[in-house]
Design a protein around this ligand. Structure first.
Ligand code: ADP
Ligand code: MG
Length: 458
């Protein structure tokens, strides 16, 4: 059984750089092979998501090849580690790796096991060096750099917002990495708002809130919190975070926050937190322009030892516009495919290999998906948007949804009308006109629509 995984690893080793192999594949531990599933374990969610996002196809193909029959890989977080990561004081021995592939210590993400923050894993690919700067992200990049060079002296807090996959987490890790090198004495806490929330819950249950508070408020010099929009509606966690924020800010400790929305747009956020989020600098990251996307692809290809012809880079950069993670994913998938099939990376091959990506995206940007996003954003029901009620609380979101369908899908006015519960095309036309007109003068509406557009896929 283990043989399959060993052979798969050998196959992978031939197809990725040594650096990537050591970083991403060595730490994977084999749990069990059951039927057509190879179950692997990693230490944290971050690592799991990274492997899934970037190497799922490669893993599946490698185990299939090694086994000589269709197999797939299932990467999950070790239960023991999961519990451990949430606890603040538990100490446990390292679990034995299931396969005796020697593990380079530096590449194993360690869970925090004491009251301090020293050991959280930094993604080796997320540094300032690897961050490609363009007009859409130069503000955020410059601010992050300033904070890393001079913590708590420039912008405090630094609040970076933007759509998914545009480099927010990358910048947070880059700050941490740079600070570790230049200010090794600083105690840095990197935590996602979701993990912070879990920790609050856990520590309430264990009645260990005092230790939790002490850890964040007095044993932390830099707090990097990812995805603070997740705090929406979580009152108890917001309260905890409010006091943490105050304690750190008063003590002149640097705080950096990321979010997929501006502070004003985060729903159900206490006013006192909202206002604190605005104390320092708020800066956005937008989707990179074509030239930056090409540069990102070229830099990624160079790091991973992929021979990427310009024509293929242009093709990919035109295909994937709104999400750098997807852009990189497409490149990695493409080069893995080409490696396995022994084919050259050409535009024709890219078109063939990425066909389902193209089709998925067409499907993802449907009238239905826009209806869902708009309903979520305005907190109304999709059925109301499709219905006939004329109350303003419903009719305005409905008009916005129609406008977005017209702008972002290929659908005709009659087709949109049909998607909205069989409305006449003239209704759709007048809704679109109304929204377009209002956009000229209504600033609130414009920011709302921009916020929704940031969530559109592709
Ligand atoms: P977010 O946290 O905003 O959702 P991430 O920071 O996870 O996005 O970035 C997604 C992927 O895109 C990562 O692999 C990251 O390294 C890459 N990426 C994003 N922006 C850039 C950039 N400007 N240069 C290089 N890589 C980038
Ligand atoms: Mg992120």
């Amino acid at each position: 059984m283990k043989e399959i995984w060993h052979n798969a690893l050998a196959g992978i080793r031939a197809r990725v750089t040594v650096e990537n192999f050591n970083t991403y594949f060595r730490p994977l531990r084999l749990v069990v092979i059951a039927g057509d599933a190879v179950e692997l374990e990693v230490d944290d969610e971050f690592f799991r998501d990274w492997v899934r996002e970037h190497y799922q196809t490669l893993l599946d193909e490698a185990v299939t090849e090694a086994a000589g029959r269709p197999m797939h890989v299932d990467v999950r977080v070790s239960e023991r580690r999961k519990a451990n990561a949430l606890a603040t004081i538990d100490v446990e021995a390292d679990p034995e790796p299931a396969v005796d592939v020697p593990i380079d210590d530096a590449t194993v993400p360690a869970a925090p096991e004491t009251g301090d923050f020293a050991a959280f894993p930094l993604n080796p690919a997320y540094s300032f060096d690897t961050f490609v700067v363009g007009p859409a992200n130069e503000m955020a990049h410059a601010a992050a750099l300033a904070v890393a060079q001079d913590p708590a002296r420039t912008f405090n807090p630094l609040f970076v917002y933007g759509g998914t996959g545009l480099g927010k987490t990358h910048l947070l890790h880059a700050i941490a990495r740079s600070l570790r090198a230049t200010h090794p004495e600083l105690r840095i806490a990197y935590v996602s708002a979701e993990e912070f929330t879990n920790q609050v819950i856990k520590n309430i249950q264990r009645q260990s809130m005092d230790a939790f508070r002490e850890r964040y408020r007095t044993r932390c010099d830099v707090l990097l919190m990812d995805d603070v929009h997740v705090l929406a509606g979580k009152e108890r966690t917001q309260e905890e975070f409010f006091y943490t924020f105050n304690a750190l800010h008063t003590a002149q400790k640097q705080i950096v926050l990321t979010s997929d929305k501006t502070p004003q747009e985060i729903p159900q956020l206490e006013e006192r937190l909202r206002s604190r989020f605005q104390w320092g600098l708020i800066t956005d990251i937008k989707a990179p322009q074509f030239e930056t996307r090409v540069a990102i692809l070229q830099s990624k290809a160079e790091r991973d030892g992929i021979e990427l012809p310009d024509a293929v880079a242009f093709y990919l950069a035109k295909l994937v516009r709104a999400n750098v993670r997807e852009l990189e994913g497409a490149l990695i998938r493409l080069s893995a495919y080409a490696g396995f099939r022994g084919r050259a990376l050409t535009v024709e091959f890219a078109q063939e290999a990425l066909r389902d990506l193209v089709e998925n995206r067409a499907r993802a940007l449907s009238i239905d998906s826009i209806l869902k996003l708009v309903a979520e954003h305005f907190d109304v029901k999709v059925s109301d948007l499709r219905g006939a009620r004329r109350h303003r609380a419903i009719s305005q979101p409905r008009s916005v949804a129609m406008y977005l369908c017209r702008k972002h899908t290929q659908s005709s006015y009659p087709a949109i009308g049909k998607g909205f519960g069989g409305k006449d095309h003239s209704t759709v036309i007048s809704a679109c006109r109304k929204v377009k007109g209002a956009l000229e003068t209504d600033h609130t509406l414009r920011t709302e629509i921009e916020a929704i557009e940031r969530k559109l896929p592709g």
